[in-house]
Design a binder for this molecule. Structure first.
Ligand code: NAD
Length: 249
């Protein structure tokens, strides 16, 4: 009988009640992983995600938790470790945009994006790494962005946070490789989610024109890369950034 690539593994995904995080949770669950995910509140999206993952026949629990809060994140990881007994995969996915040109950017815009996108990854990685070190293995995946590699006008806060996630993954890979912990980043291009649907149609059309494959990506396109990095298919891949952007960069 065929078994999933992630049978017996426990995956923790932040900000996974919708969008890319949810697609990653569903993909990892479809390969047999038990799923613990976080999001800000227990709303309809959150409850639907628990139900959809549970319907795949794996254990799934959602945790209402603000990933940018150090205490809450550590408490959440402690609860997840107690509930699931181990943590093999961490996907630092929670993220927001507060776009604006540098000349007009407020301190609040800067601080909120850096805190939610970058500090959250520190919070969860810091809490999970001791668990993975004791298990002598694990895979950490930071959801960065093409703009973290190339920059983007109007997104200096977001681009800096996403570049930071690449530096964080590469450094963890170097610090923790001897304990069997791998860390990589995915740099998605223009992916069709609620985050990008909030952009005006003209902006979305402009993005599509720049993409050789002539379409925005789907959350599942990113989930497929996450599955590769989460599983032993990538057992000799660490400290890398995988760009998944339809050729845009
Ligand atoms: P989304 O807005 O649809 O989903 C983000 C999720 O994160 C939401 O469910 C939200 O509630 C949650 N979240 C926000 N702040 C949180 C916090 N403090 N604690 C816990 N959860 C929180 O966005 P998406 O498009 O699915 O993006 C997911 C990730 O992918 C983000 O990090 C984003 O920057 C990145 N990304 C997206 C694109 C794209 O084109 N959509 C491109 C590159 C990178």
């Amino acid at each position: 009988m065929a078994t999933g690539l992630l049978e017996g593994k426990v995956a923790l995904i932040t900000g996974a009640a919708r969008g890319i995080g949810k697609a990653i949770a569903l993909k990892l669950a479809s390969e047999g992983a038990s799923i613990a995910f976080t999001d800000l509140k227990e709303d309809d999206n959150f409850r639907n995600t628990v139900a959809e993952i549970g319907a795949l026949g794996v254990k799934c629990r959602g945790y209402a938790s603000d990933a940018s809060d150090y205490e809450q994140s550590h408490n959440t990881v402690e609860r997840i470790h107690k509930d699931f007994g181990r943590i093999d995969i961490l996907v630092n996915n929670a993220g927001i945009t507060r776009d604006g040109l540098m000349m007009r950017m407020s301190e609040l815009q800067w601080d909120s994006v850096i805190t939610v996108n970058l500090k959250s990854a520190f919070n969860f990685t810091h809490a999970v790494v001791p668990v993975m070190a004791r298990q002598r293995g694990g895979s950490i995946i930071n959801i960065s962005s093409v703009v973290g590699v190339n920059g983007n006008a109007g997104q200096c806060n977001y681009s800096a946070s996403k570049a930071g996630l690449i530096g964080l993954a590469k450094s963890i890979a170097k610090e923790m490789g001897s304990r069997g912990i791998r860390a990589n980043a995915i740099a998605p291009g223009f992916i069709v989610t609620d985050m990008t649907n909030a952009l005006p149609q003209e902006v979305r059309d402009e993005w599509n024109k720049k993409i050789p494959l002539r379409r925005g990506g789907t959350p599942e396109d990113i989930a497929n890369v996450a599955l590769f990095l989460a599983s032993d298919l990538s057992s000799y891949v660490t400290a890398q950034v995988i760009v998944c952007d339809g050729g845009m960069l």
